[in-house]
Design a protein around this ligand. Structure first.
Ligand code: UN1
Length: 506
């Protein structure tokens, strides 16, 4: 048996101390940090002012002038040390993710593992920031492409991946030669402070990291605004709602800064008649209910062929009815709490709307949990059509189910939403899976076959199209967003031929 647990408050204090977070940072401040497990206040953090934000950016910019000249493999050494710190702190940090974001123990540890993975990836990358040699039309010339550090990177992250998203950005930014100023979600300041403490230990071991290379600014909207507006921040990488992206994008664009946006998702899975239903049921259950439906990549829409609709639904209904909901610290819990009351309000509003739009709702009710935590049974909702409520993203465990037998219609439904993050198809028909992954298939940044839309690895580029914002983080060539590209044409001859045969003889 698990319970009774020590209250989140006592456990948080012990963890923060163990993780080396200065007590002054999490006591006596004006902002209450709560654990969604019980709703209780677990710390009182200090908000940074916009002025402090600007000072941190100034320090980061000073750090940039030094850091950009440090050889990239040497910069990788700092990230290697950061990865070591994260490995050493994995269980405590994972536990803090559970306490602060309400993720299950396994998901909390998985989040830290994702940070370790991206550090390893970035260390390798620090020796692979390749440019190109390009064929030139001029004799005795050489044309090349080189990559250089960009400048200060501003990171705005969301509560649901309170530390992993920082690491995707920071591990890459640091090897690319860029300092990072981070505004974590105001709902999850403590894991951010713990990660910054891990960075500081790594920097100390490294010995020559310039001051200001990594900063965390806990605070509200004003801090984010100061970060986005500051000329010295050359890349704004923001994860959150589409509404947030609509504010960030234009401000950064007005000063011609780069933006990397990871916004809303409304991810679908198509289930075809040849699908392996054992795999499909497990994948759908994890993708739709995991993290209490609070991942950007959560499965929100299921588009099912009529031939398999009833068997699939009866298996899903059983899974939805039996899944263990409760304290995420308990062994066996698969669904922890919603982050706060507002999340529940949004969920119940969406379920009311779904009913009004002809939906049949199974589940979706509040269930008992510890303290004032908000626990819900995930909802399975059969919809007659892809109506308004299905097309909007509600950040809660609601899976809308649509029947559609025609493959092209299923793809059209997959694509007929404003968001374009992730998608999946369950089929053993190679024609269908290949079509889904082709130019006329899913229009999302992620298109999977026989796995769900969530749970991506860091090796691939992560992000999506349309209202998802177009940004790509983590693997593949995402690093290029953190560097500036220079095309170099070098003349090693004794004449000056002009391109395109242009003559200009003086
Ligand atoms: C997010 O939901 O904000 O694919 C990120 C996944 C994770 C990342 C999700 N690796 O579920």
């Amino acid at each position: 048996m698990n319970a009774p647990w020590q209250g989140p408050l006592a456990e948080t204090e012990a963890l923060l101390t163990k993780l080396g977070v200065d007590q002054r940072l999490w006591t006596g401040g004006a902002r209450a940090a709560r654990s969604p497990i019980t709703g209780e206040i677990i710390a009182r953090v200090h908000d940074a002012s916009p002025d402090e934000c600007r000072r941190a950016i100034a320090a980061a910019h000073d750090a940039f002038l030094i850091w950009r000249a440090v050889p990239a493999p040497r910069r990788g050494e700092l990230v290697r040390l950061l990865g070591d710190e994260l490995r050493a702190a994995k269980s405590e940090l994972g536990r803090l993710v559970t306490l602060e974001a309400g993720k299950t123990v396994s998901e909390g540890l998985g989040e830290v593992q994702e940070m370790i993975d991206i550090c390893d990836y970035a260390v390798g990358l620090s020796r692979q920031l390749f440019g190109l040699a390009i064929a030139t039309e001029r004799p005795e010339h050489r044309m090349a492409e080189t990559w250089h550090p960009l400048g200060v990177v501003g990171v705005i992250s969301a509560f649901n991946f309170p530390v992993a998203v920082w690491s995707w950005n920071s591990a890459l930014a640091l090897v690319c030669g860029d300092p990072v100023v981070w505004k974590p979600s105001e709902k999850t300041p403590l894991t951010a402070l713990a990660v910054q403490a891990a960075f500081e230990r790594a920097a100390q071991k490294f010995g020559e990291a310039p001051a200001g290379l990594s900063a965390v600014l806990v605070g509200g909207r004003e801090v984010g605004e100061a970060l986005v507006a500051d000329e010295r921040v050359r890349l704004v990488s923001a994860t959150g709602s589409t509404a947030m992206g609509r504010m960030v994008g234009p401000v950064a664009a007005a000063r011609f800064a780069r933006v990397l946006l990871e916004l809303g998702g409304n991810n679908a899975a198509i289930v075809r008649p040849t699908a392996d239903l054992d795999i499909a049921v497990r994948a759908i259950a994890f993708a739709a209910m995991g993290t209490a439906g609070q991942r950007c990549t959560t499965l929100r829409r299921l588009i099912v062929h009529e031939d398999v609709l009833e068997p699939l639904m009866s298996r899903l209904e059983r899974a939805y009815a039996s899944v263990q909901i409760g304290d995420p610290r308990d062994t066996g819990t698969l669904i922890g709490p919603l982050i706060d009351e507002a999340a529940w309000q949004a969920m119940s509003r969406a379920l009311d709307d779904a009913r009004a739009q002809g939906g049949q709702v199974i589940g979706g009710e509040r269930v008992d949990g510890p303290g004032e935590g908000i626990y819900v049974r995930p909802a399975l909702v059969r919809m007659p059509a892809q109506s308004e409520v299905v097309r909007r993203e509600t950040f809660a465990p609601i899976l809308y189910v649509l029947a559609s037998s025609d493959m092209d219609e299923a793809i059209a439904l997959n694509n007929d939403v404003a968001q374009g993050l992730s998608s999946a198809i369950f089929t053993n028909d190679v024609r269908e899976s290949e079509k889904f992954c082709s130019a006329v298939g899913s229009d999302c940044g992620i298109a999977n076959v026989n796995i769900g839309p969530s749970g991506a690895e860091i090796g691939g580029a992560f992000g999506g199209e349309k209202e998802t914002g177009g940004g790509r983080e983590a693997g593949s060539d995402s690093w290029k967003a953190y560097m500036r590209r220079a095309t170099n044409t070098v003349n090693y001859g004794r004449t000056l031929p002009l391109a395109q045969g242009v003559k200009f003889d003086i």
